[in-house]
Design a protein around this ligand. Structure first.
Ligand code: FEO
Length: 406
């Protein structure tokens, strides 16, 4: 996607700004080939970095830049834009700010509009000079003539400096990473809501879930706004805002579901026997189970399952007295993502000695869970182990019912 040609030698007719409202254009870049974010998060469907151009009767604002890898795509679209007066930075992370230096080089009189926290970060991360900034407070407005930008602080979606921008006259909310989805597509709008729901849920799980309590406050803060269009920083624009807002309210605040997420590894088959028995026993009692073999897992899928799960059961063999390293990794990940899961247990196997339960308990210390009795088999599971698994399933089903997980 990235052109190796210098700007002035690129052919005409590459990406063009795309209108989303009169005077409002998507001017971002679609990264079809990207398969990993932060050297951690799988991107099975690529992603996009959405920048938006807002032309008022007197001034023009660019909302966000793009990832530096695709800076030439943004700059090519700006070939058609004579003036940028303001470069609004909603978020200092480089996938939205990385091309700011190139934009400033093209429009040296443009001012970077950011909140004070973002200003400091942009100076640290990109060496944007202090004199380039105008800082804005929460609720402050900026007139572009016949269009007005209102800055709404929405912290921790998912950095401390993140803010949204509300375009009053057109009722467009530029929502930063909030409501985003990693999808590479030529579809500007979220017309295939089934596809976007899955991608947005995955994105929420990986990026927003650790800050659930603050995101809940951000959603409450945005609730009174009359919003006709949500324009996030990744993925398609939402012409039906209630679709994604309702989904977020459910993910953030809804009760856990009658679901057990069961990530596991089995080396010689004993742990898998336990996993299969517990799964069958839970299913028999009306509990949905989602299994993840950690030898082949897409961690994004695992994160997504954790959004709604009532219980996590971790399955592990014993490796050098501890859990399998892949299991430790998954436990650490769950601990970082802090889902609303309420119960946790560990099942597994060992040859002569194990400290796997204690290690996994330490690795999941952030989770506000009730820990249920573990079931560990020495070698192949015996009848007593299967009985213990059935009891664990009975306990989980009862707890889900008592707590109203449906
Ligand atoms: Fe899409 Fe937090 O950057």
């Amino acid at each position: 996607m990235t052109s190796s040609l210098p700007q002035h030698e690129r052919p005409e007719g590459a990406a063009k700004p795309r209108k989303i409202r009169d005077g409002v254009f998507w001017i971002g870049a679609v990264h079809w080939e990207r398969r990993l974010f932060d050297a951690l998060i799988p991107l099975p469907d690529g992603t996009s970095y959405n920048a938006y151009l807002v032309r008022g009767s007197e001034k023009t604002a660019l909302i966000d830049a793009v990832d530096p890898d695709l800076a030439d795509v943004l700059m090519g679209q700006l070939d058609r834009v004579d003036t940028v007066d303001y470069l609004v930075s909603q978020h200092a992370e480089q996938d939205h700010s990385g091309a700011i230096p190139q934009v400033l080089a093209r429009y040296p009189s443009a001012k970077v509009v950011a909140n004070p926290k973002a200003k400091g970060m942009l100076m640290d991360l990109l060496a944007v000079p202090e004199e380039a900034f105008i800082t804005v407070e929460d609720g402050e407005t900026l007139s572009l003539g016949d269009k007005t930008l209102e800055f709404v602080y929405t912290p921790w979606v998912h950095w401390p400096e993140t803010m949204s921008v509300y375009l009053r006259e057109d009722k467009v909310l530029f929502s930063c990473d909030l409501f985003g989805s990693h999808i590479a597509s030529t579809d500007l709008f979220a017309t295939d809501e089934v596809r976007v729901y899955e991608a947005a849920k995955r994105y929420y799980a990986e990026i927003m879930m650790p800050f659930r309590s603050v995101v809940e406050k951000d959603l409450a803060k945005l609730a009174p706004y009359d919003i006709a269009l949500i324009a996030p920083s990744h993925g398609p624009v939402y012409p039906r805002p209630s679709f994604i807002v309702d989904a977020y309210n459910e993910w953030v605040s809804g009760p856990p579901k009658n679901v057990v997420v069961l990530p596991y590894i089995s080396m010689h088959g004993s742990t898998k026997l336990l996993v299969d028995r517990l799964t069958a026993s839970l299913v028999e009692k009306g509990v949905t189970v989602e299994l993840f073999d950690l030898a082949v897992v897409d961690i994004g899928k695992l994160a997504m399952a954790l959004v709604d799960a009532g219980t996590i059961v971790i399955g592990t063999p014993t490796v050098l007295v501890g859990p399998h390293p892949n299991v430790a990794y998954a436990a650490l990940l769950a601990n970082l993502l802090r889902p609303k899961v309420r119960f946790l247990s560990v099942i597994g196997s060992y040859g002569w000695r194990t400290k796997a339960v204690q290690t996994l308990a330490d690795l999941t210390a952030n989770l506000k869970v009730e820990v249920l009795d573990p079931v560990f088999a020495r070698g192949l599971p015996a009848a007593a182990d299967y009985d213990a698994l059935d009891q664990l399933a009975t306990r989980i089903a009862a707890l889900h019912k008592e707590n109203g997980f449906a």
